[in-house]
Design a protein around this ligand. Structure first.
Ligand code: NAD
Length: 264
């Protein structure tokens, strides 16, 4: 059915959110938020390309149970070296790439006064440099093949705030919001949406240390309006939305999924 502006409405609203037949590359897919995103995409019909340093057996089983085709790519994303291989293996297996989730990330906690150059570089390389060059390779593949693309960058509350004893992480995640806007400006006209998700405080390996520190844990919970840590499941809705046709006119924006943390 045509609307007043000659666009057509979906007959079934659920189709807007379907990822049937799309191929999604998710980095850091073996655990935590990356695993949750893979499972959500698998349930919505996507082929999964799981990129990780370690075995993705658990993620593979969960995705295959949901009926998805699954390709595991072992890669260390602390350098740009594996990027071309990741894109070419994904295309060789599934024909094209449609979705990229830049989820892999590391955090190093230390007083700013004691941070070494090595620690600084290791965080910036994974969280920022490789995110840019993997996005660039993905965008080239979409443009060459003339297919639409969706890039989703995993940001953080520390894209907006300073945090405590994590200066390189804060710098890298703040950069992610700027990069999301910058890439939108260049690639939106080529059919590529570049958006971000800023998770709040989520119960994963990334936050084990602060959850085990009773006073930090209490202070964090006290400040979250919803009064609980987030889970990988909490991120799935936003991740599906930004990968699907439902978000075709959303571009350059980072959505917080934080139980209200930023509202305080
Ligand atoms: P996690 O530690 O469980 O997952 C991080 C993933 O990144 C793992 O799969 C890990 O293997 C992968 N990774 C790290 N370095 C890598 C490398 N060199 N090569 C390949 N893979 C590498 O933690 P998580 O919470 O699931 O983190 C996922 C993303 O979410 C990260 O970018 C993190 O910064 C971000 N984030 C997490 C929270 C939180 O509260 N947990 C909040 C905001 C943002």
């Amino acid at each position: 059915m045509k609307g007043a502006y000659e666009f057509s409405y979906e007959d079934n609203m659920m189709d807007m959110f379907s990822l049937k037949g799309k191929t999604a590359i998710v980095t850091g897919a073996n655990t935590g938020l990356g695993q949750g995103i893979c499972v959500a995409y698998a349930k919505m019909g996507a082929n999964i390309v799981a990129v990780a340093r370690r075995s993705c057996d658990e993620t593979k089983a969960l995705c295959e149970d949901a009926g998805a085709k699954f390709l595991e790519i072992r890669a260390d994303l602390s350098s740009t070296e594996p990027i071309n291989m990741i894109i070419s293996e994904a295309i060789k297996t599934f024909g094209q790439v449609d979705i990229l989730v830049n989820n892999a990330g590391i955090i190093k906690r230390n007083d700013a006064i004691d941070v070494t150059e090595e620690d600084w570089d290791s965080v910036i390389d994974v969280n920022q440099k490789v995110v840019f060059f993997l996005s660039q390779a993905f965008a080239k593949a979409c443009i060459n093949n003339k297919n639409k693309g969706k890039i989703i960058n995993i940001a953080s509350m520390l894209s907006y705030q300073g945090g405590i004893r994590v200066p390189a992480y804060c710098a890298s995640k703040s950069a992610i919001i700027g990069l999301t806007r910058a890439l939108c400006n260049e690639w939106a006209s080529k059919g590529i949406n570049v958006n971000g998700i800023a998770p709040g405080y989520m119960a994963t390996n990334n936050t084990t240390q602060i959850r085990e520190d009773q006073s930090r844990n209490d202070a964090i919970l006290e400040r979250i309006p919803q009064g609980r840590w987030g889970t990988p499941e909490d991120l799935q809705g936003a991740a599906v939305f930004l990968a699907s046709n439902a978000s075709d006119y959303v571009n350059g924006f980072t959505i917080a999924v934080d139980g209200g943390w930023l509202a305080r």
